[in-house]
Design a protein around this ligand. Structure first.
Ligand SMILES: Cc1cc2nc3c(=O)[nH]c(=O)nc-3n(C[C@H](O)[C@H](O)[C@H](O)COP(=O)(O)OP(=O)(O)OC[C@H]3O[C@@H](n4cnc5c(N)ncnc54)[C@H](O)[C@@H]3O)c2cc1C
Length: 500
């Protein structure tokens, strides 16, 4: 499907030379690419999927954590607090919606009170601002209907759309000169003399002075390509239910249970999204496959029960979708809990910057991780700032339907394609679909459109708009139906015509 601003495979031609090659276009790889694109470097990102942000970075809660949960002195604590503080400015530049709606961590029983106090102390030691323990009266003011003895309020907890953010980082990196190779799975990495040669399944070859491993749940596999056997990732799945926007107004802040030691996640909770849905989840279960993104009827049933407890007005018809994401855990099931991020410039493999076990709060930490990696790269190749670096993306923040009536009328007067609704549930216009199709990284799957234009994300999940989108792709852009993929190569939507 489609043409792409990303680079096409160049097997057969001479091997392209780079200063830095990054394996993996999740939020971490793209944040690093965007940070390094400030400097006069030749940079490439190699991603096995057809689009950026198709792994864990699109499959999480989208919460900007404050930093109360992690041990003082750990990388997770430091990078979480730093990343959280960088997010507001970065989202302004990238035109990405962000809301600091705060979080209540609730103690339901007396035995949980010491946990709240310990979290507050830990958060303060980590430099988290504004932490307060609230009594039920003040909790009620922040979140009507919330039950519990007391709650720790963290005002710097926020929400963001994780795939919009990841795509925006990639578009900004591309705009600033980074080459993207999508649909290219790295199969072999060799170090010859002072350089790395990276080879993909399809035969693309790249040579680079610095190699960055940002392969998420598969980062241990990339390590093994270089003979590094120090790490094992134990995939741990979190499943979610997505609730209809009808219920969105019920949540004004985030409400989490007090955490329990040894658990792999932060407990099942309700999370409001920046687009108005509520997520119920995530569960946590160790699984065999690092990309086993299944949702199961057993967990969905449990999430529904938990959801009904937390939100009594929830009915089955409010559940519009389920999805799951995989945590890149270094802690095996028998150990549970969390281990710290590994971010290292290897001395045994000079030039190899290695990121392993970037589980939560990897989304929140990504801008700070990128700065840390930049400092490691600066010790390997000289960094010279580019005066032409453009921090801002030139686009609208949010969607047409979120604008005022006057702003909408102005846009429709300028371009009639704003006047036609394609996705009825999410009120997405034809113009927004066209812009998503024409995005600078290109479109090779329907999911790429979903993540850019929010089409197919409402109650009907594409029942109404998918045929319209397919028609636009065919008639306006010349796509062939048999080339439409759902999200990755081989996931065909159509196999042929039933009538001419
Ligand atoms: C259930 C769940 C909830 C979470 N909630 C939050 C939250 O609320 N807040 C928060 O801050 N964090 C959260 N996280 C953590 C956050 O999502 C991750 O830390 C972050 O997305 C990791 O990004 P990444 O770029 O390292 O990994 P990924 O997004 O997985 O990116 C890695 C990329 O590498 C590519 N790749 C792998 N191998 C190869 C190869 N050989 N060749 C080419 N490409 C390759 C993959 O296709 C993938 O696109 C959550 C995670 C989960 C699972």
């Amino acid at each position: 499907m489609g043409n792409s601003g990303a680079k096409e495979t160049t097997s057969g031609s001479s091997t392209p030379q780079y200063d830095v090659v990054i394996i993996g276009a999740g939020v971490v790889g793209n944040a690093i690419a965007r940070e390094l694109s400030r400097y006069a470097l030749r940079i490439a990102v190699v991603e096995k999927e057809l689009d950026v942000g198709m792994g864990t970075s699109a499959r999480n809660s989208g919460v900007l954590h404050s930093g109360i949960h992690y041990k003082p002195g750990s990388l997770r604590a430091k990078l979480n607090v730093e990343g959280n503080s960088l997010m507001e400015g970065l989202c302004r530049e990238l035109k990405v919606k962000i809301q600091y709606i705060g979080k209540l961590t609730v103690a339901a029983e007396d035995e949980e009170m010491p946990t709240l106090h310990a979290l507050k102390e830990q958060g303060e030691a980590n430099g988290v601002p504004g932490l307060e323990i609230l009594d039920p009266e003040d909790m009620e003011k922040l979140q009507p209907g919330v039950r519990g003895l007391k709650a720790l309020f963290s005002p710097t907890t926020g929400i963001i759309c994780p795939y919009t953010f990841t795509i925006a980082l990639a578009e900004s990196a591309l705009l600033n000169g980074v080459d993207y190779f999508l649909g290219e799975e790295v199969r072999e990495v060799k170090r010859n003399g002072q350089k790395f040669t990276v080879r993909t399944r399809k035969g693309l070859g790249l040579v680079s002075k610095v190699l960055v491993n940002a392969a998420g749940v598969l980062s241990d596999k990339v390590c093994r390509m270089l003979g590094i056997n120090d790490y094992t990732i134990y995939p741990c799945r979190g499943e979610y239910l997505v609730l209809d926007k009808r219920l969105g107004h019920h949540l004004s802040t985030l409400v989490y249970p007090a955490p329990h030691k040894g658990k792999a996640g932060l407990g099942i909770h309700l999370t409001k999204t920046v687009d108005g849905n509520i997520l119920v989840g995530p569960s946590n279960e160790y699984v065999d496959g690092p990309e086993d993104w299944a949702t199961t009827s057993y967990i969905m049933g449990k999430l529904r029960e938990e959801g009904e407890k937390l939100l009594p007005s929830l009915t089955t018809s409010d559940i519009i979708r389920s999805f799951s994401g995989i945590r890149a855990k270094q802690a095996p099931p028998e150990e549970g809990g969390f281990r710290d991020f590994v971010i290292e410039s290897r001395t045994d493999v000079p030039g190899f910057v290695n990121l392993v076990g970037i589980e939560s709060p990897g989304l929140t930490s990504s801008p700070a991780i990128a700065r840390m990696v930049r400092d490691m790269v600066s010790a390997l190749v000289p960094l010279r700032e580019k005066p032409e670096f453009k921090p801002e993306l030139d686009r609208m923040t949010g969607y047409f339907h979120e604008l005022s009536a006057e702003e909408q009328a102005d846009l429709v007067a300028k371009d009639r394609d704003y006047g036609e609704i394609v996705c009825r549930c999410e009120q997405i216009t034809r113009k927004e679909v066209l812009e998503a199709i024409e995005n600078p990284l290109g479109v090779k799957s329907v999911t790429a459109l979903k993540f850019r234009a929010r089409v197919m994300m409402g109650r009907c999940q594409g029942g109404f708009c998918l045929p319209k989108i397919v028609r636009i792709l065919q008639e306006d852009f010349g796509y062939r139906p048999e080339d439409f993929f759902l999200y990755r190569e081989g996931s065909h939507l159509f196999t042929g015509r039933v009538r001419s």
